[in-house]
Design a protein around this ligand. Structure first.
Ligand code: ADP
Length: 263
């Protein structure tokens, strides 16, 4: 590991500098470790789709070419693995981008009502089989401190999950409220729920409670880590509350734009 400057036991300026220098080194070391872990995770995640495609191609190479059924199945399976990989690559980009949200984004403000209404409308159009209840009690023209596309992205992640992990009860509650200087958005479903032992880990990248099930529904385990990164970049919070078998509520808190910007 990185060489450090030994610290002397005296109370002068140099000690202070050494201390600061060492803390900086620690942060750099931690950052390097995180990058390394990320590359390892990514390689691991890409290995599965590549192996599946390889398997199908080898099958075709050996005896599939003359069997129209094997041919069709292998092509379909390969195409869907390619789709997964494309999604994975996009999500990884989103995740690294979220880590580098620039200062000018952080200064952006967005009309909460209008953006949430838009997410709601999109949802209704894409999921006609779902009932979504919008409970929006915030004052019109409420301004929230976030870039509009980022707010949209978070809403889409949470609503998509609510759909993916719903069971028979195809119902979602989307509620919006304000308290002091924060906006709260809650997305509630009545689906599979999350056991308490998993609850703290779902925001970790690539973490999926049920790998097989999540994979089937196209999940890479990155959605919530992207949402969390974005929310935290804007000094907000994201939390989950759940009961296994009866559903989950995700809550996002985001700072409202100061009243000066709010007029
Ligand atoms: P994925 O793409 O796999 O859904 P996410 O990061 O969005 O990845 O979610 C991580 C894991 O958290 C999921 O695999 C799932 O197990 C769990 N999860 C997320 N949202 C819900 C929900 N609304 N209900 C139940 N489980 C959920």
């Amino acid at each position: 590991s990185t060489a450090r400057i030994p610290q002397q036991r005296s109370n002068d300026e140099i000690t202070d500098l050494v201390d600061r220098f060492n803390r900086m080194l620690d942060r750099m070391q931690e950052y390097t470790n995180q990058q390394k872990e990320f590359v390892e995770d990514v390689s691991h995640e890409l290995r599965t789709p590549v192996a599946v495609i390889e398997g199908h191609l080898k099958l075709l190479q050996r005896w599939g070419k003359d069997d129209p059924q094997v041919l069709e199945e292998s092509i379909n399976a390969s195409v869907s693995e390619i789709d997964r990989m494309k999604k994975l690559i996009q999500e990884m980009l989103d995740l690294t981008r979220a880590e580098q949200i620039e200062v000018n984004y952080v200064k952006e403000t967005t009309q909460a009502n209008e953006t949430i209404q838009q997410a709601y409308n999109d949802f209704v159009m894409l999921h006609p089989d779902f009932q979504i209840n919008l409970d929006d009690t915030i004052p019109p023209h409420t301004l929230v401190q976030i870039y509009r596309n980022h707010l949209m992205q978070i809403l889409v992640i949470l609503l998509d999950n609510a759909v993916k992990y719903s069971q028979d009860r195809k119902e979602i509650n989307l509620s919006v409220s304000t308290e002091s200087n924060m906006l709260t958005i809650a997305v509630q479903d009545f689906g599979v729920g999350i056991a308490s032992k998993d609850l703290e880990r779902i925001f970790n990248r690539f973490y999926r409670v049920d790998k097989a099930r999540s994979r089937q529904s196209g999940g890479n385990g990155l959605g919530l880590s992207i949402a969390k990164k974005i929310v935290e970049m804007y000094k907000g919070t994201i939390t989950a509350e759940s009961a296994l078998g009866s559903g989950t509520i995700f809550r996002i808190n985001l700072p409202l734009a100061s009243s000066k910007d709010n007029k």
